[in-house]
Design a protein around this ligand. Structure first.
Ligand SMILES: Nc1nc2c(ncn2[C@@H]2O[C@H](COP(=O)(O)OP(=O)(O)OP(=O)(O)O)[C@@H](O)[C@H]2O)c(=O)[nH]1
Ligand SMILES: [K+]
Ligand SMILES: [Mg+2]
Length: 527
C-alpha cells in the first residue's frame, strides 16, 4: 500500500516536466508518505501491543482520603487476579475451604469478603470486592475493586500491604483513565468529558460533559473524519485509474462537492463565539465602575457572603477578587475590580491597571454606577473613563436606589445605548431579586442556554481550545484541497490526508504523546 503510494508520487514526479516547484512538491509529498508510513507502523507494531499486555499492575485509592462510610481501592492490570488471591478472602471461600482459590471469583459481582495482609494473613478490614474481567472493565484490563471502610488507618494498611506485592506499583495521575484510552474504551474527547464531568459545578457543565463522556462528541468528529476519508477514497481511485479515464472529471468534482459541504460545516462550528469553551470553563464576568459605586457589595450579594471588603472609603478594592459562582445555572467566574479613576496612589494605580486588563479579558462586563452620584448635578453625568468602556452588550446596574426617588432605567440605558439595565439597592435589597433573575436570563440568552429552548438549540461541538486548533487546521487543509486543480490530484489527496489527520488528533487516533501528557496531567491519582 505504502509502496504503491510512493510509486504514484514518483510517476507524477517523472510526468510533470512543468517546473521545478512542481517537482519539489512531489518530492515533499513523497516524503510525507514516508513519514506517515513510519507513524502507521509505530501504531500497528505488534511488539508494542505485546509490551502493553506485559505492563505492571497498578493500584490506588480512588475515593477522597478521609473518614467516610466507604472507600474504594482500585487495582488494574494483568496481575489483578493475583492481588485478589493474595488479599481478598471471600466469605464463600472461607465456608468451603478445600475449594478455595481454585477457581477465579465470579466476575462483575460483589463478593462479601475480608481483606487480608498477603504475608501475615492478618485481617485488615471487612468489606466487599468485585472483579471485572478485561476487556469488560473501565481500563479494559482485569480490574479488582476493594470497597472498604474509609478510615485513614484502614486505607494506609491496605495500601501498604499492596506495596509488599512485587508485581504491583502505585498508579500515577490519571493512569486508570489513560489505560482506558490506550485500551480503546475512550477516545480523548471522552477522557476530557470524564474530567469535565467530575469537575462540573453547574447543570450546563454537567450536561455538556456527560454528552462528551458518553461519546457524542467523539461520534460527531468521527463522522467528519469519515467524510474526509470518503473524499480521499474518490481521489485515490482517480489516481489509481490514472489520467485520461472517462470517470475522471466527475469523480474529482464529486469529491470537491462533498469536501465543500464539510468545509462549510466546520466553518459553522468554528464561528460559535467559543460558546462551548466558555460554558465549560466558566463565563468570565468583570464587575467595573467608579469607586464606591457598590461593586464589592454586588460581588458579596452574588456570592451570598462577605467575600470582599466593603467600606465607605473610595478605593477600597485594589486587587482583583475572583469567585466561581452559579448564575442562572451557568458557571460564571465573577471578578471584582478596583474603582476606575485617576489616582497618584501607587498601589491604587496598579489596581486600576489590573481592572482594565480584567475588563479586556472578560466575556461579559457589568458596570455598577451609583445613582445619587450620576444625578448629582441634576443632569446625568457619567465620567468618560467609564462611558468609554460601555458597549451595548455591557450589563448596567444602577445602584443605591434607596437614595433617589425615581427610576432612571430608561433615561440612562437610552443615553448609553445598552441592552440590559437594572436599578437596585444592594443595601436595602430593593430590586435585587428581579436583577438576579433578569441577569441570569440575559446570560442564558447570550449563550443560547435558555431553559425552554435548550432542546432545540444545537449543542456546541467545540468545548476545548485543543479541538478548535485541530479543527482550524483541518479546515485549512480542506481549503487547500478545494484550491487544488484536478491535474494536481496527487497533491489534492495529500491535503485530504492531512485534513483527516488533523481531525484524528482530536480523538487521539494520531500521534498524541504530548497531548496525552497535557490531558492526563490534570487528573488526580486514582482516576
Ligand atoms: N445607601 C446605599 N449604600 C450602598 C449601597 N450599596 C453599597 N453601598 C455603600 O457604598 C459604599 C461603597 O461600597 P463598596 O461595595 O465598597 O463599593 P465599591 O464600588 O466596591 O468601592 P471601591 O472598591 O472602593 O471602588 C459602602 O459604604 C456600601 O455600604 C446601596 O445600595 N445603598
Ligand atoms: K469602597
Ligand atoms: Mg470594592
Amino acid at each position: 500500500m505504502i509502496v504503491h503510494r510512493l510509486a504514484r508520487h514518483f510517476t507524477a514526479f517523472r510526468k510533470s516536466k512543468r517546473s521545478f516547484s512542481i517537482l519539489s512538491r512531489h518530492l515533499d509529498a513523497a516524503s510525507t508518505v514516508f513519514a506517515s508510513a513510519a507513524r502507521l507502523e509505530r501504531v500497528e507494531d505488534p511488539e508494542l501491543v505485546l509490551s502493553d499486555a506485559q505492563r505492571r499492575t497498578i493500584y490506588a485509592l480512588s475515593t477522597p482520603p478521609g473518614k467516610a462510610g466507604v472507600a474504594v481501592i482500585r487495582v488494574s492490570g494483568p496481575d489483578a487476579l493475583r492481588v485478589w488471591s493474595c488479599m481478598v478472602m471471600a466469605n464463600s471461600d472461607a465456608r468451603s475451604k478445600d475449594k478455595a482459590r481454585e477457581t477465579d471469583p465470579e466476575p462483575w459481582k460483589m463478593h462479601r469478603c475480608k481483606i487480608i495482609h498477603p504475608e501475615s494473613g492478618e485481617s485488615l478490614d471487612d468489606g466487599l470486592a468485585v472483579f471485572f474481567r478485561g476487556p469488560k472493565s473501565f481500563t479494559t484490563e482485569d480490574v479488582v475493586e476493594m470497597h472498604i471502610h474509609s478510615g485513614r488507618a484502614i486505607i494506609a494498611s491496605i495500601l501498604s500491604a499492596l506495596s509488599r506485592l512485587s508485581f504491583c506499583r502505585p498508579a500515577e495521575r490519571g493512569e486508570f483513565t489513560r489505560r482506558a484510552f490506550e485500551g480503546g474504551r475512550l477516545d480523548l474527547t471522552q477522557v476530557e468529558g470524564l474530567k469535565d464531568l467530575i469537575d462540573a459545578e453547574t447543570e450546563s457543565q454537567r450536561k455538556a460533559a456527560l454528552k462528551a463522556a458518553g461519546g457524542t462528541t467523539r461520534a460527531r468528529f468521527e463522522s467528519m473524519r469519515d467524510e474526509i476519508i470518503k473524499c480521499l477514497a474518490l481521489v485515490e481511485a482517480l489516481i489509481d485509474f490514472g489520467e485520461g479515464e472517462e470517470i475522471e472529471k466527475g469523480v474529482y468534482e464529486l469529491a470537491r462537492k462533498r469536501a465543500l459541504v464539510l468545509y462549510h460545516t466546520i466553518q459553522h462550528h468554528l464561528s460559535d463565539n467559543r460558546r462551548g469553551e466558555i460554558l465549560r470553563s466558566g463565563i468570565r464576568l468583570a464587575i467595573f465602575g467608579p469607586p464606591n459605586a457598590g461593586k464589592s457589595s454586588l460581588l458579596n450579594f452574588l456570592a451570598q457572603r462577605e467575600a470582599a471588603i466593603v467600606t465607605p472609603v473610595p478605593g477600597t478594592t485594589r486587587d482583583i477578587l475572583e469567585l466561581s459562582l452559579d448564575i442562572g445555572g451557568l458557571p460564571v467566574i465573577v471578578a471584582d475590580t478596583a474603582g476606575l479613576r485617576h489616582t497618584d496612589d501607587v498601589v491604587e494605580k496598579i489596581g486600576v491597571e489590573r481592572a482594565r486588563q480584567t475588563i479586556d479579558k472578560s466575556d461579559v462586563s457589568l458596570c455598577v454606577l451609583s445613582l445619587p452620584e450620576l444625578t448629582l448635578s441634576g443632569t446625568i453625568h457619567i465620567p468618560p473613563a467609564i462611558s468609554s468602556l460601555i458597549s451595548e452588550d455591557t450589563i448596567l446596574l444602577l445602584n443605591k436606589a434607596d437614595l433617589v426617588s425615581a427610576s432612571h432605567i430608561n433615561a440612562i440605558s437610552k443615553l448609553l445605548g445598552v441592552k440590559h439595565t437594572w436599578q437596585v439597592s444592594l443595601t436595602s435589597g430593593e430590586g435585587t431579586q428581579a436583577f438576579l433573575e433578569g441577569f441570569g436570563r440575559a446570560l442564558q440568552e447570550r449563550y443560547d442556554m435558555l431553559q425552554e429552548r435548550v432542546s432545540e438549540i444545537e449543542e456546541p461541538l467545540i468545548t476545548h481550545s485543543r479541538h478548535r486548533a485541530h479543527l482550524e487546521s483541518a479546515s485549512k487543509f480542506l481549503q487547500a484541497f478545494l484550491d487544488t486543480p484536478a491535474e494536481d490530484v496527487v497533491f489534492g489527496a495529500e491535503e485530504l490526508r492531512y485534513a483527516a489527520q488533523a481531525i484524528g488528533k482530536i480523538s487521539g487516533l494520531i500521534d498524541v504523546e504530548d497531548v496525552l501528557d497535557a490531558v492526563f496531567r490534570d487528573f488526580c491519582i486514582g482516576k
